[in-house]
Design a protein around this ligand. Structure first.
Ligand SMILES: NC(=O)C1=CN([C@@H]2O[C@H](COP(=O)(O)OP(=O)(O)OC[C@H]3O[C@@H](n4cnc5c(N)ncnc54)[C@H](OP(=O)(O)O)[C@@H]3O)[C@@H](O)[C@H]2O)C=CC1
Ligand SMILES: Nc1nc(=O)c2c([nH]1)NC[C@@H]1CN(c3ccc(C(=O)N[C@@H](CCC(=O)O)C(=O)O)cc3)C=[N+]21
Length: 285
């Protein structure tokens, strides 16, 4: 039976460290600031942005939750992003996804100062990640949290065969780049991939971010693999489940993340950690 990768416990450790760093900054008169931009009434987005706001405040981070109606104009949002760029009390700016269709998300993202891009989505920071450059830059919080989990559980990445299922800017792409930068041999699958099982069977590390409930079952997984489930699906009884069929995969895997309590808590912890990173970098270069 697989070891459970406990995201809640590791997230607590990360948050404790973040709170200590916030205290140290306070001694220098610095308070990290996070601005979260939420457009529209999507219930899930509302819950997540509220969770982020609450956690930030708990850790001593100055948090601004900026909410906008569904029909907000592009230029009005751009104006506010520029205002946050210029605001020295704000170190991190996040635009909650998904955005309404009438908005040009790429243009909005590109308007964020790369030095305040707490989600790591700006092409400048994505370029740093892809080139594995030796400077400080933010990366997407979910893959960053997964890297923290893999490190915490001492999963060997160097030389490992990793399969990332999904190629979104939020999860799949940055995840693949981080694993490659850690010298894993990385394959990335998408919805056009033929014979997925052939690939999953070879993976020592399997990261599943497809958004398809229980896509991965036990017979698809290599014995002794490390399985990370990013997927999140709300069932009729309000419970959460993932892209991995936990019950059939857990007996085959060496380690596995549960949903909830796996990747999710790490995403928020990484966001807080990265807000403090950006604050320190802006003061120390
Ligand atoms: N726990 C957390 O912190 C977070 C959880 N999530 C969850 O993770 C999941 C993925 O999120 P996100 O990356 O934003 O989702 P997207 O829908 O943006 O991307 C899904 C990706 O999976 C690929 N895909 C879909 N079906 C298959 C398939 N059958 N086989 C192989 N690849 C497939 C798609 O391929 P193609 O490109 O060809 O369409 C796409 O690249 C969702 O369930 C989301 O709720 C997301 C962010 C954070
Ligand atoms: N710009 C942007 N950045 C994001 O990082 C971003 C986003 N947009 N849009 C949506 C996704 C989703 N996301 C999650 C955060 C926390 C949990 C989380 O804490 N999950 C808990 C359970 C929460 C619950 O019970 O609902 C868990 O898995 O244990 C999940 C998902 C961040 N996202």
């Amino acid at each position: 039976m697989a070891t459970l990768i406990d995201g809640r416990t590791v997230a607590k450790e990360v948050n404790k460290n973040t709170a200590e760093r916030v205290k140290r900054l306070a001694n220098e008169g610095i308070v990290p600031g996070l601005a979260v931009i939420l457009v529209g009434d999507d219930p899930a987005s509302k819950i997540y942005t509220r969770m982020k706001d609450k956690k930030a405040k708990k850790l001593g981070i100055h948090s601004v939750l900026s909410t906008y109606p569904e029909d907000i104009r592009q230029d009005e949002l751009l104006h506010d992003i520029r205002r946050f760029n210029a605001d020295e009390n704000i170190n991190g700016i996040l635009i909650q996804e998904p955005l309404p269709k009438h908005l040009d998300g790429d243009k909005l993202l590109n308007a964020i100062d790369p030095g305040k891009d707490v989600d790591g989505f700006h092409p400048f920071n994505v370029g740093c990640l892809y080139n594995n450059v030796n400077v400080n830059y933010p990366v997407s919080c979910t893959p960053r949290g997964i890297m923290t989990l893999l490190k915490h559980y001492r999963v060997k990445l160097d030389g490992a065969r990793a399969l990332v299922i999904g190629r979104s800017i939020l999860v799949g792409k940055p995840m693949a780049a981080l694993l490659e930068n850690a010298n894993a041999t990385v394959t990335v699958a998408n919805s056009h991939t033929q014979n997925l099982t052939e690939l999953t069977k070879q993976a020592d590390i399997l990261i599943v971010a497809a958004g398809v409930k229980h896509l991965i079952t036990g017979e698809m997984v290599k014995q002794g693999a490390v399985v990370i489930d990013v997927g999140m699906h709300r069932l009729a009884d309000k419970t959460l489940t993932g892209d991995v069929d936990f019950d059939s995969v857990a007996p085959v895997a060496k380690m596995i993340t549960p949903v909830p309590g796996g990747v999710g808590p790490m995403t928020i912890a990484s966001l807080m950690e990265q807000t403090v990173d950006l604050t320190e970098w802006s003061h120390n270069g």
